[in-house]
Design a protein around this ligand. Structure first.
Ligand SMILES: Nc1ncnc2c1ncn2[C@@H]1O[C@H](COP(=O)(O)OP(=O)(O)OP(=O)(O)O)[C@@H](O)[C@H]1O
Ligand SMILES: [Mg+2]
Length: 380
């Protein structure tokens, strides 16, 4: 399936309402000269938004100059942004243009603006107010035509209160504020993004990978993505490399599985884990929770009541194969290999007084693994 572009915004995939609203705002502000401040968590696409603003504007023929304000040591930041004349300071052996000058006629993108050293903040404010730039050591300033797009994942209002960020600069920067929504608030974009990344990485690696299995997609949909779109992109890149056929399966999403398992909170969420199992699992370092050892422990500690309790508590819902294997602290692949397939799962449930709404194939696939487990656990 061809990934849907967000109303043909370059490079931006997704059709969630939240993303469409961002795109609409981009189109509105792009033709203006207003400063734009983009806020959002890591990996939500802030730089992509900045680029889109540039491409959608009449400045698209001019330069787009990104500057990472966090990556610059205090001593270099001024020279980097504003340039210097030859001999302006020790080591200034030649005259140098700053990023603001390079961006003349286009856009400068001040990334991680929340980390800009306070001295550079004052000078940046002057550029914004006067629309001129002065190289260090220069006697005169030069007129420039630059729009400023900035981005941060920091709480700038708080930084202003704490006096680590200048209030006057903050107000200058936020001509228009665009909030990049976290991926967990627009889950409907996950399948489109995942498929689009799969296509790109498969093409790059000249690998024939073109399908994401249903359980794998379920696992992606279940995951909270603290690292947002960048994390999804990394996960898919790895999955394409690991996949052994045309299909990405849960097995190829190992990073995602281990991230979930790495959190102690995750186990606390499994309210129906027996306390014995819980403490056994917690005694194993997070990095080894998928090991054989943890698997044996799981088997030893898990009893039929635990499994039934889990099923009753979740009413057979909100429970994917991925969650189940996580619950058992093992890879899906191992769970599948170990328990094989058992067709009579629903009848096992029914004979235990558990009512399951049968929604057809999807549910059967969902429940098969539980059944496998129940049957095997009974023998323990
Ligand atoms: N809507 C989207 N469609 C396609 N790719 C996206 C989308 N949003 C983000 N990406 C991709 O995700 C990755 C991270 O995006 P980007 O660098 O713009 O995020 P960021 O918010 O600037 O991250 P950070 O806060 O870590 O600097 C990039 O590779 C980008 O191309
Ligand atoms: Mg960024």
């Amino acid at each position: 399936m061809e990934a849907q572009r967000a109303e043909s915004m370059p490079g931006m995939v997704g059709r969630s309402r939240a993303l469409q609203e961002v795109c609409a705002l981009i189109r509105k502000v792009a033709p203006t000269n207003l400063s734009v401040l983009i806020l959002g968590e890591n990996g939500t696409g802030k730089e992509l938004i900045a680029q889109a603003i540039h491409w959608e504007s009449k400045r698209a023929n001019g330069p787009f100059v990104p500057v990472n304000c966090a990556g610059l040591p205090d001593t270099l930041v001024e020279s980097e942004l504003f340039g210097h004349e030859k001999g302006a300071f020790t080591g200034a052996t030649a005259r140098r243009k700053g990023k603001f000058e390079y961006a003349d006629g286009g856009d400068i993108f001040l990334d991680e603006i929340g980390d800009m050293p306070i001295i550079a903040q004052a000078k940046t404010l002057r550029v914004l107010q006067e629309r001129t730039v002065e190289r260090i050591g220069a006697n005169e300033s030069k007129k420039i035509d630059v729009r400023v797009i900035s981005a941060t994942n920091k709480d700038l209002e708080r930084a202003v209160e704490e006096r680590t960020f200048r209030a006057d600069l903050f107000y200058r920067l936020k001509g228009v504020v665009i909030k990049a929504p976290p991926l967990r608030e627009r889950k409907e974009d996950i399948p489109l993004l995942a498929r689009s990344f799969m296509d790109v990485f498969a093409r790059e690696a000249e690998q024939d990978v073109r399908i994401i299995s249903r359980p794998a997609m379920e696992a992606l949909m279940d995951y909270a993505f603290p690292g947002n779109v960048r994390e999804l992109k990394n996960i898919i890149e790895r999955a394409v490399a690991l996949s052994e056929g045309p299909e990405i399966t849960v097995r190829d999403l190992c990073e995602l599985t281990s991230t979930a398992a790495a959190s102690d909170d995750y186990w606390d969420c499994c309210g129906v884990c027996s306390s014995e199992l819980l403490s056994a699992l917690k005694s194993i370092p997070a990095s080894e929770r998928h090991s054989q050892q943890s698997w044996h422990l799981t088997l030893k500690c898990t009893n039929i009541e635990t499994i039934h309790g889990f099923l009753v508590a979740t009413n057979g819902e909100q429970f994917s194969r991925y969650e189940f294997s996580n619950y058992l602290s093992m890879f899906s692949k191992n769970a599948r290999n170990k328990y094989g397939t058992v067709g009579d799962y629903l009848s096992i449930l029914r004979s235990n007084g558990i009512v399951v709404r049968n929604n057809g194939k999807a549910n059967q696939a969902r429940f098969r693994l539980h059944g496998d487990f129940v049957k095997n656990a009974e023998g323990l």
